[in-house]
Ligand binder design. Sequence first.
Ligand SMILES: Cc1cc2nc3c(=O)[nH]c(=O)nc-3n(C[C@H](O)[C@H](O)[C@H](O)COP(=O)(O)OP(=O)(O)OC[C@H]3O[C@@H](n4cnc5c(N)ncnc54)[C@H](O)[C@@H]3O)c2cc1C
Length: 641
Amino acid sequence: MNQENKGKTEYFAEAVDVCVVGAGHAGCEAALAVARLGLSCVIFTMNVESIAMMPCNPHIGGSSKGHLVREIDALGGEMGKNIDKTFIQSKMLNTSKGPAVHSLRTQADKAEYSKEMRKVLEAQENLTIRQAEVTEVLTETDEAGKPAIRGVRIHTGMVYPCRAVILCTGTYLNARCLVGESITETGPGGMQRSTFLKDSLDKLGVATRRFKTGTPARMDGRTLDYSKMKIQEGDKVVIPFSYSTDPATVQIEQVPCFLTYTNEETHAVIRANLDRSPIYAGIIEGTGPRYCPSIEDKVVKFAEKTRHQVFIEPEGRNTNEVYIDGMSSSMPDDVQQRMYRTVPGLENCKIVKNAYAIEYDCISANDLKLTLEMRAINGLFCAGQFNGSSGYEEAAAQGLIAGINAAMQIKGEEPLVIERSEGYIGVLIDDLVTKDNREPYRMMTSRAEYRLLLRQDNADLRLRKYGYRVGLITKEEYDYVCYKEAEIEKEIKRLKGIKVGASPKVQEALKALGSSPLGTAATLAELLCRPELSYDKMELIDTERPALDKAIREQVEIQIKYEGYIERQKKQVAEFEKLEHKKIPEGIDYDDVTSLRLEARQKLKDAMPTSIGQASRLSGVTPADIAVLLVYLEKTTVEKR
Ligand SMILES: Cc1cc2nc3c(=O)[nH]c(=O)nc-3n(C[C@H](O)[C@H](O)[C@H](O)COP(=O)(O)OP(=O)(O)OC[C@H]3O[C@@H](n4cnc5c(N)ncnc54)[C@H](O)[C@@H]3O)c2cc1C
């Protein structure tokens, strides 16, 4: 169907509910969520060969990122399942520390990961994949006089009418890649960049900014000497990411990584050529992530360090390409050749792909609601690197939430907002939307106040109910979590209720378990608190126990051993939720709160927080301002009565 628009002939594709712009880690989760919730969806990508492409490190998970993957899976997302089918090495990190920081990290076969995700998209009902560049976001004025989504236009001129758009353009928007003085106007890995959308966003008044990130070189693994490195093996028994993966299917032959180090010679090559680094020559405009520094940054900022870790990570089973983790750079090619060859084991290395830095346009998520919808444009949702975050897992988590909320809005159902006390996804989105992030935001356990409650081992107990509420989790999956919760509670009660005395049988068992003899009678729960004892080991003493799933036994042990800390954190959460559940009316006029300081009033007007809790996290809003606001809300509520 054709229609005039400002003299341009518009021709239309079939209308759909949601258009997802981008098939990276955010776009894939968003589109699958929308389609699985029964709505029609088109997912656009510049190149279908780049679906769920991993342009940077070949790993999924790791500290705090593993928590995100588990939470995505608990809510009904795809990343956990996809990596369980395509990993080549798996390791539970930080097992010598407490469970709050245990985190699964897997090495992915990048090509297989992308292929598998494409298969899932292609098999998904209600979902259409379209290779095309989206050049324009189209809006109309809704009844309330506010801009609202009506569709997108692609480079061919075709218009796709829809009711919501989810922008997940990643590192492609106006991207340029830098290797020393060589600058190419492409997206990651030489992919075509996305050019026209920026102008459309400008016209819609969507502010953008320039960020950058970088990646190391890929080497031909046959040219490395692994005898000079330390092998890094995966776990003997692999634990899957997804709750729906049968653990038996992930006990596969794994591929090792290797550890080596830079040295003073490496650092000397870099120092001698800093003037040719686009970062230090001031050619790069974008702001980079402090927590993923380039090797140049490490040498300059940590000059006292004589060496930096370098992990050699295979990119897949069917390629010789290896990823040089820890040495991302944008140094000129000749410098890269010299600097990498100073590293033990890389003396004869051959570069397959240069290290490079990439600059791209993205938004500030301060312009979004906690649902990831743009405050100024109804139906426009944003997710992933486009929101100013960095990382596959962070992108996937946002994509899932944006997809769910676009669907909830179209269905007229309640949106999903995960709170900081419920999940790392809540911390991620609240930090992006509420805090003033001036560089790519990367998740870390230290960002989560309640990390002892937000463990990777209990993501299902925390979030399955929400996945079920929105419709992504089946009744059967939900029922299992309810059963699991009840069994955990029952077993903890049983262990607290059974007292054992210092009988010879008990003393013998304790001796066999390397634990000190009992002085006086103790409950099984008290015994379990002994660091050297575990739930499974105590079978010697607790012989009448019920047969329970491994996952239930794991929870019983953690909840008993860390009970004190967990209870204390639960009290903190109760305090936190008092302010978090103190909602601020949507249409509040902060100019009416006359006793508010000017700076605070401006910050509140810009951010329009939904709760006192969120308001208290805005930079520039003090506890005194919050007190003024609370009095004002109390007064206006009384007057309304
Ligand atoms: C060089 C480099 C280095 C990186 N280094 C790190 C790092 O050190 N640590 C880290 O955590 N993360 C790093 N990342 C980031 C990581 O890759 C991203 O976080 C992740 O890929 C983001 O996922 P996404 O879905 O938001 O976007 P992407 O994976 O970038 O996907 C974007 C998608 O949007 C599509 N697209 C874009 N514009 C349009 C358009 N107009 N029309 C149609 N389709 C469009 C593209 O085709 C693509 O499918 C790096 C990325 C790059 C490129």
